[in-house]
Design a protein around this ligand. Structure first.
Ligand code: SF4
Length: 410
């Protein structure tokens, strides 16, 4: 049997990265191997994102260009998967007839059946085994979908309602990744800390996961402020293997805008979650949307003051992007020049805060998990560059000599 080589292009969040890895496992079990050169590949798997219009356009324009790629070699296969595939459905094959398989985000769990039904891949070769982990970090999905329905977000429509994966299966999956060589596990879900499987909540999962053999570090993405409970904050503060960092999206500093976004919390409630986390020595970074259609100058100023109050160690700032099918799509957008000006001001503020957070690490001793010979991350998620090379996957105690813009030197 000839092995098919697979090139994967993943757009979007880490959940997509994890989904791509799962799809690759299914392909590996059918005799495929992954390859890093698209020109040499037999199979092109594009895992898409639709959270912003720009991300979807990028994937579709790649798909258009792939017609020539497919014609250049007989037997090539194109798989279009993920959130844009879910949103566009049957439209994809109509517009791009060179696509062989479409697998929407809600069908990722059925990917194996979908590729089997396509008849384009053989059965599992004898003795096929999942490939060993090469990175010290492994991503593990613990939830699918989201039930929050924020006014601007398309995720619940393309990924469906939230559902938690089986508690014991999740632990088994983590153990398998650790046995394959992973040192750090990242638990993933759209509202990961809303996890609840038959009464076993997220804090219970964290407490069990830290006991697993071979685990060095545990992180999770993306939490929702609503589900940061005292219990979760307590486990994070007291379990030494859980990262002392959280990426907690706030989206706006104005209670009025947060209400219109249907985020489910006010500015004050968010700030109280931050103080709960900070009491436990946890650094927080965030996501912020600039130029939500109803955002006034006053609202924007509240976002700026919130950034200062929270002292975020980093923030991803995005311009509002209207997505068809969401409640915010029908709102009149703010003029582009206003949104761009606000984004510039915010980016400068965020940069200053991040700089101060990095500076605060100077002179401290940090346990750094190496992700390549000269680069690793501290337990609080600060990037470190080392003079001396270390083995990837090793955890080393290092003194931070100097902080540069977004990197610590050791
Ligand atoms: S919590 Fe809100 S922003 Fe996050 S995925 Fe769900 S609907 Fe979208």
């Amino acid at each position: 049997m000839t092995l098919k080589t697979v090139y994967i292009q993943t757009f979007g969040c880490q959940m997509n990265t994890a989904d791509s890895a799962e799809m690759m496992l299914a392909l590996s079990a059918r005799g495929c191997i992954s390859c890093q050169n698209a020109q040499k590949a037999d199979v092109m798997l594009i895992n898409t994102c639709t959270i912003r219009e720009h991300a979807e356009h990028k994937a579709l324009s790649l798909l258009g260009r792939l017609r020539k790629w497919k014609e250049a070699k007989f037997g090539r296969v194109i798989i279009f998967a993920g959130c844009a595939a879910e949103r566009l459905g049957g439209e994809v094959k109509k517009k791009f007839p060179h696509v062989d398989i479409v697998c929407g985000a809600k069908s990722i769990d059925a990917f194996d059946k979908i590729i089997e039904a396509s008849g384009l891949f053989g059965g599992a070769p004898a003795g096929a085994e999942p490939p060993a982990e090469s990175s010290p970090i492994a991503l593990v999905n613990i939830m699918r979908g989201c039930s929050c329905k924020c006014s601007y977000c398309i995720v619940p429509y393309v990924r469906g309602e939230a559902s938690s994966l089986d508690f014991d299966e999740v632990l088994k999956n983590i153990q398998a990744k650790l046995d394959a060589g992973a040192k750090e596990i990242v638990l993933l879900g759209q509202t990961v800390n809303a996890y609840n499987y038959k009464g076993k909540n997220f804090a219970a999962l964290l407490k069990e996961a830290v006991k697993l053999n071979g685990l060095d570090r545990l992180r999770y993405l993306s939490p929702h402020p609503l589900f940061i409970t005292e219990e979760v904050a307590e486990v994070m503060a007291t379990e030494p293997k859980i990262a002392k960092h959280l990426h907690l999206p706030v989206q706006s500093g104005s209670s009025k805008v947060l209400k219109e976004m249907k985020r489910g919390y006010s500015r004050e409630e968010f700030l109280s979650k931050i103080s709960l986390l900070k009491k436990g020595g946890i650094w927080v970074s965030t996501d912020i949307i600039v130029g939500y259609p109803t955002e006034t100058e006053e609202d924007f100023k509240e976002t700026l003051t919130l950034v200062d109050e929270c002292n975020f160690s980093g923030a991803y700032c995005f311009k509002f992007s209207p997505r068809m099918g969401t409640p915010a799509f029908s709102l009149k957008e703010l003029p582009v020049n206003i949104v761009e000006k606000r984004l510039d001001i915010l980016l400068n503020k965020v940069k200053l805060n991040a700089k101060a957070a990095y500076k605060a690490q100077e002179g401290t001793i940090q346990r750094v998990l190496m992700e390549s010979p000269h680069n690793g991350r501290t337990l609080s998620n600060f990037w470190v560059r080392t003079e001396k090379p270390y083995k990837t996957g090793d955890a080393v105690e290092l003194t931070i000599k100097k902080a540069e813009e977004s990197i610590l030197l050791a």
